[in-house]
Design a protein around this ligand. Structure first.
Ligand SMILES: *Cc1c(COP(=O)(O)O)cnc(C)c1O
Length: 435
């Protein structure tokens, strides 16, 4: 019988993920020779015998250990479905993970994973800022279950982090939750330092798990498992999906942790649906192409913005000369600066709004990682639930604009940006005349 890994190697050489996204984990002979996996649009699966049904349930409910050559069979689409299993096998390749689970959204992946790995009395130490939904879940939902969230700044030194951990009651710290690069400032968190802290303060009875939201650079440009992370999470709505046409999420880890996370997914019902799973597989075929092209354009555009007379400063991962500590993390963790650029326009909210309202090719919308370029105003949109003093502390200003660069021609994107700057400049000139 052919196996999953049959086409992952040629002559002992392991093939790269982008070479396997069209075939890995799928056996055409099982589906009438169709070159693409069908969408397994089904809620339940027929057992060949009552004995088989019994055996599958024994494994699903952990009533006995699997025999060495025994694979979990298909039971019901809340537990497993071929469209999702093929997708999940393909997802493991980019991050070098043992196992993966797909979810109905990034928030489904985050909330299910946190509820699976935390219990009442536990403390989560988390980087700040994090995605608005994660921030709300950490600060407003987890406390209802007796779980406390404590924030730290990405710019905290290893000594400051150690001091913060020392301040938490022995045995209560159960998770370090990190989002890096941070949205919208592109601040980086040192995953290796976090992993060392987790190992140093965790025990076999009270392990401390390092959980990383890798949505901004992953899975092509950053691989947290290689830097000591235990779990990697994604909003697959962003780069993985990449076309702004679906909502999904993913979690990746070793087999033991994924077993806990998948069990929680089964009971919360937060799995991805087969149609979205199929859409994600189509997206994975072009993932690297899309991410590389967008990053290449973003580098050109970020450099151009940096020298623009109406730009006060840029926040981009190759513009870190002023901060050696951040530059050092970048060199160790990141394979590319990616395609998220923030910049401060000269002026304030009025200038930022004028600029955003003048854009024509680039659309004014939240979200990111799609084929089309998007722009938004973090202070009044994605990060508006953070108080202004806290925004200031995080480095989010009223003049800040966040760009997600897509796959359009970079010259056309700069043409659009330049005419929007011109609109701001003309308005300023008019105001000076009136004054
Ligand atoms: C969008 C996003 C999420 C949430 O994902 P959804 O798919 O919208 O639920 C989580 N983390 C980051 C970094 C995000 O950008």
């Amino acid at each position: 019988m052919p196996t999953l890994h049959d086409h992952a190697h040629i002559g002992g050489q392991t093939l790269r993920p982008e070479s396997l996204m069209m075939s890995y984990g799928y056996i055409p002979a099982w589906s009438e020779g169709a070159i693409k996996p069908p969408i397994f649009q089904t809620s339940t699966f027929v057992f060949s015998s009552a004995e088989q049904g019994k055996a599958y349930f024994e494994l699903a409910y952990g009533l006995r250990q699997a025999n060495p050559d025994e694979e979990m069979g298909l039971i019901y689409s809340r537990l497993n479905n071929p469209s999702l299993e093929i997708l999940e096998h393909r997802l493991t390749l980019w991050d070098g993970a043992e196992d993966a689970a797909s979810f109905a959204s990034g928030m489904a992946a985050i909330s299910t994973t946190l509820l699976a790995l935390l219990k009442p009395g536990d403390v989560v130490l988390h980087s700040e800022p994090v995605y608005g939904g994660s921030d709300f879940f950490l600060k407003n939902v987890l406390p209802k279950f007796g779980i406390t969230a404590v924030g730290f700044r990405p710019t905290a030194t290893p000594e400051e982090l150690t001091a913060q951990v020392a301040g938490i009651e022995q045995g209560r710290l159960a998770m370090i939750f990190v989002e890096t690069p941070a949205n919208p400032t592109n601040h980086l968190v040192d995953l290796e330092a976090c992993a060392a802290l987790a190992r140093q303060h965790g025990t076999p009875e009270h392990p401390i798990r390092l959980v990383v939201d890798n949505t901004f650079l992953g899975p092509v440009f950053q691989h947290p498992l290689k830097h000591g992370a235990d779990v990697v999470l994604y909003s697959a709505t962003k780069f993985l999906g990449g076309h702004s046409d679906l909502i999904a999420g993913a979690a990746l880890a070793n087999k033991a942790l994924m077993k806990e996370i998948k069990a929680m997914r089964t009971f919360m019902g937060t799995m991805c649906d087969p149609n979205t799973g199929w859409m994600l597989m189509r997206s994975l075929e072009t993932l690297k192409l899309r991410m590389e092209r967008a990053a290449q354009s973003a580098q050109t555009i970020a450099d151009w913005l940096r020298q623009h007379p109406l730009v006060a400063r840029t926040y981009y991962l190759t513009h870190l000369e002023h901060c050696p500590a951040q530059q050092d993390i970048y060199r160790r963790h990141c394979l590319s600066p990616g395609s998220m650029i923030s910049f401060d326009i000269k002026g304030g909210e009025a200038e930022a709004f004028r600029f955003l309202n003048a854009l024509r090719l680039i659309k004014l919308a939240v979200s990111l990682g799609g084929t089309e370029s998007l722009a938004e105003h973090p202070a009044t949109m994605t990060h508006s639930d953070i108080s202004v003093p806290e925004q200031a502390e995080m480095g989010i200003t009223a003049q800040m604009i966040r760009l997600s660069i897509g796959v359009e021609d970079p010259q056309d994107l700069m043409l659009d940006l330049e005419q929007a700057f011109a609109a701001v400049g003309m308005a300023q000139a008019r105001e000076l005349e009136l004054a």
